[in-house]
Design a protein around this ligand. Sequence first.
Ligand code: TYM
Length: 350
Amino acid sequence: MSDAPNSSPAPAAYAGPRRVLSGIQASGALHLGNYLGALKRFTQLQDTGAPCLLFVADLHAITVWQDPALLTAQTREIAAAYLASGLDPARSIIFPQSAVRAHADLAWIFNCVARLGWLDRMTQFKEKSGKHKERSSVGLYTYPVLQAADILLYKATEVPTGEDQKQHLELTRDIAAKFNNDFNAPGFFPLPEPLTQGPAPRVMSLRDGAAKMSKSDPSDQSRINLTDDADTILAKVRKAKTDPEPLPETIEALDARPEAKNLVTIYAALADLSREQVLAEFGGQGFGAFKPKLADLAVASMAPVTAEMRRLMADPTEIDRVLKDGAERATAIADPVLDDVKQIVGFWRG
Ligand code: TYM
């Protein structure tokens, strides 16, 4: 086993433009955690004037089995969610990952930069592979390397995600630093800033305050899906697990009460309030009073997004046009970066 020869650190700062990038896997229904942890924040960043690239991670989706017909539908559904939550395809680039070939090319090069020890530490692989690691796809193991390629292919400087992606974003920085150093290319890749600290970086299950709200939870009661209608949302919030105490007056008192903390966090993120403000209004009241207010707020916030997603999904022409245009614009940024990488690595280019 031999390592790269260049052992001198190359800490030169990256001098390129600001660029925001994120992705969502095309693997099942989107939920409130995706909305608050990711979609809503993408729109807020776009509205600050930041150039944004948002993609549907279909290459990542197939690291576990996906029905091919469903994969296409799920890809369109995520594109619809981007548009319905306020991303403007004239300002932001929205595209399917697999339509830009350079992602897979760069991922291979990064497979040769990343170290096995780094990947062995990735907790998401351990969670997703479960007890039968040897039956997992190789893709599931190298998944974070592809994620690094997604980000660095566009020299993204900021990556907004929920908290669960933090470890992958740290790995991305390690890969960028090692590439810059090994190939003596200081400042070639930026070390992207993980923006994992939004108002709701980790929305929890409605059935268990210790588990993340997740697409893969077998209980549909555990999450609010972006496609749920108002009655379903009302019923799910009403049945959400809580404790018998009234809501506290202080944030500190929430720490020992994960379910209450989760519902207060969701309320605050939906209403664009701080949790302190929510407790100032509801502290001392029971869940019998709080839950209907939360359900109404969730319905009022989600209903326009859901309706717009349904409208877009009914005729995918518009979605397909956005994805095609996005893929062309993304390719125009990605290809020159990949060309530079190939030159740096020493590949024959004719
Ligand atoms: P994915 O598809 O699992 O989730 C999409 C986004 O939603 C966030 N999220 C949550 N936020 C708060 N609370 C939750 N319960 C919750 N569940 C999910 C995720 O953090 C994410 O921001 N590996 C990524 C997709 C990806 C990517 C990338 C992201 C591929 N390449 C490059 C950023 C940059 C994933 O599986 O996200």
